[in-house]
Write a protein of this length. Structure first.
Length: 217
């Protein structure tokens, strides 16, 4: 009986630990088909808004993503800054470029949430071991509506510091308020989508100083 109880306890702990606990740590961390599938299963069980928000919050905390701050300075992953969002930050590493921001996100009830969560886990893991991302990242899961404008409106950063938005979603404008918007199709293979997100976000988060218009030839 004691052995059976121990086995059940270990199984429960394993189930609670989360799929990303099996990810190889280090700078070579990359998306895993197994982990994306496990995340998709967990999200399917959290079908309604409240449990899905709670699952996203737990996932971001487990990945070590820095929480947002609400209007009174409290740090948390679920905030209402004009619109209710779940999100956080991955600080940039470039001494100058870290003051720039790249927003990455999708609808919290969208088809690409599992892929984005997997990409965020990989980006956060690489951030602990490498100098990537150079620019800071804001992760955002927003409700239905104009997601890009909601993400920009809810950002805590100055608008002129936001360099790009990378999102999963249908076709739309190539820019919003002068900020480039990169859209990845949500109907792609979930693993391929996670890999594309990591690659595109790191590309957008690479610091490139603005040309010195005052320089003489």
């Amino acid at each position: 009986m004691r052995i059976a109880a121990l086995i059940l306890t270990l199984a429960a702990l394993a189930a609670c630990s989360g799929p990303r606990d099996l990810t190889p740590a280090g700078p070579s961390a990359r998306p895993s088909a197994r982990h994306v599938a496990a995340l998709a299963d967990s999200l399917a069980e959290a079908a309604s808004t409240t449990p899905r928000r709670a699952f996203l919050e737990r996932s971001l905390r487990r990945y070590g993503v820095t929480p947002l701050r609400d209007g009174v300075g409290r740090s948390r992953y679920q905030v209402d800054l004009g619109v209710p969002i779940v999100g956080g930050f991955i600080p940039g590493h470039h001494p100058v470029g870290r003051t720039d921001l790249v927003v990455v996100g999708t609808r919290l009830d969208g088809a690409g949430v599992a892929s984005l969560l997997e990409a965020v886990a990989v980006l956060a893991e690489r951030s602990r071991w490498t100098s990537q991302p150079e620019r800071s990242l804001q992760v955002s899961f927003w409700p239905a509506g104009d997601g890009v404008r909601q993400a920009l409106r809810s950002s805590l950063w100055p608008r002129d510091a936001i360099r790009a938005v990378v999102m999963i979603g249908p076709d739309g404008p190539a820019q919003v308020d002068g900020i480039p918007v990169v859209r990845l199709a949500p109907d792609a293979d979930p693993l391929a989508l996670a890999e594309a997100l990591v690659a595109r976000v790191l590309a957008e988060a690479t610091y490139a100083p603005l040309p010195d218009t005052l320089a003489t030839p």
